[in-house]
Design a protein around this ligand. Structure first.
Ligand code: NAD
Length: 267
């Protein structure tokens, strides 16, 4: 039996990619599509550039997710927050891709994950998951003498900054360096800010054009610098990873999982 999937944000850039991947994958079946605005009432397949799939986009999230084993959410932080009680009620499992979530929403996600499987990854690409792993190992190996700084660039439409991926990269590097990912982070620099401290990790954001996503960790010492870069050129990589996560979590019990769990990377 294929895993029944509903997509929250089905008419968005990611939502349409997800519809295509769910359609491609034999073990998955699209049973619901939720969005709002002009997309409502249209066939989710047609919106995604496919033949009609017989799944109509609805603005009623409760109805849209009713049949789903797993809901995949790529929307806006407010919409994700609103979805959580409905998922709790429906009994579905959840894969969240939306970034820029508030601490309150993160706490609500953690509470839901006590009841059922939830995957939350700021970046569902396999390459980025490897970057997180390698960045943590590299920061450990190079030690405190190497300054960590992060660069990220995305397309001109992205509304949150720094990217969720940059924040996660910062967290893994902060863990390896034994510094605080919130207190010691410096997002952009301007004016007489003084020399950098040993603990701080700078995060610099660029926005423009159609850049799908680029992240670099710099570990800079005296006389040498290590750079680890990931470049995404096609957003289908996130959709493929999110659908892989959905199929994986369908068979899991309660817990808050990430792509390390999905890809079987031990910590
Ligand atoms: P988008 O603006 O193209 O799509 C978002 C969709 O959500 C839109 O169609 C919008 O109408 C819909 N939406 C908003 N509020 C809604 C509501 N209350 N109910 C139903 N639908 C609603 O954006 P996008 O580029 O697809 O990105 C969506 C999110 O996914 C962003 O937070 C982005 O940062 C994140 N993202 C994450 C990853 C990852 O791998 N985790 C990858 C790419 C994008």
């Amino acid at each position: 039996m294929p895993i029944k999937i509903a997509i929250h944000g089905a008419a968005g850039r990611m939502g349409r990619s997800l519809v295509r991947v769910v359609h491609e994958v034999q073990d998955a079946e699209l049973v619901g599509a939720v969005d709002h605005g002009e997309a409502v009432g249209k066939d989710a397949g047609v919106l995604a550039g496919l033949d009609p799939l017989g799944v109509t986009v609805t603005s009623d999230a409760r109805e849209g997710i009713a049949q789903a084993d797993v809901v995949i959410d790529f929307t806006l932080p407010k919409a994700t927050a609103g979805l959580l009680p409905l998922v709790e009620e429906s009994g579905a499992k959840l894969v969240i891709g939306t970034t820029g979530l508030s601490d309150e929403t993160n706490a609500a996600i953690a509470a839901l994950a006590k009841e059922r499987g939830v995957v939350y990854a700021p970046n569902y690409s396999q390459g980025v998951t490897a970057l997180f792993y390698l960045a943590e190992r590299a920061a450990e190996l190079m030690g405190p003498a190497f300054d960590a700084e992060i660069f990220e660039m995305h397309h001109r439409h992205k509304v949150d900054a720094p990217s969720g991926t940059a924040v996660k990269l910062l967290e893994v590097v902060a863990r390896a360096k034994g510094v605080d990912p919130k207190k010691d982070r410096v997002c952009g620099r301007e004016g007489q800010v003084g020399a950098r401290t040993d603990a701080e990790i700078g995060v610099m954001t660029l926005r423009g054009g159609d850049v799908v996503g680029e992240h670099t960790l710099y570990l800079s010492g005296y006389g040498e610098r290590l750079e680890l870069t990931h470049r995404a050129t096609d957003r289908m990589i996130f959709a493929r990873g999110a659908v892989r996560a959905a199929l994986w979590v369908a068979g899991k019990g309660p817990g808050l999982y990430d792509m390390f769990d999905v890809m079987g990377i031990s910590r």
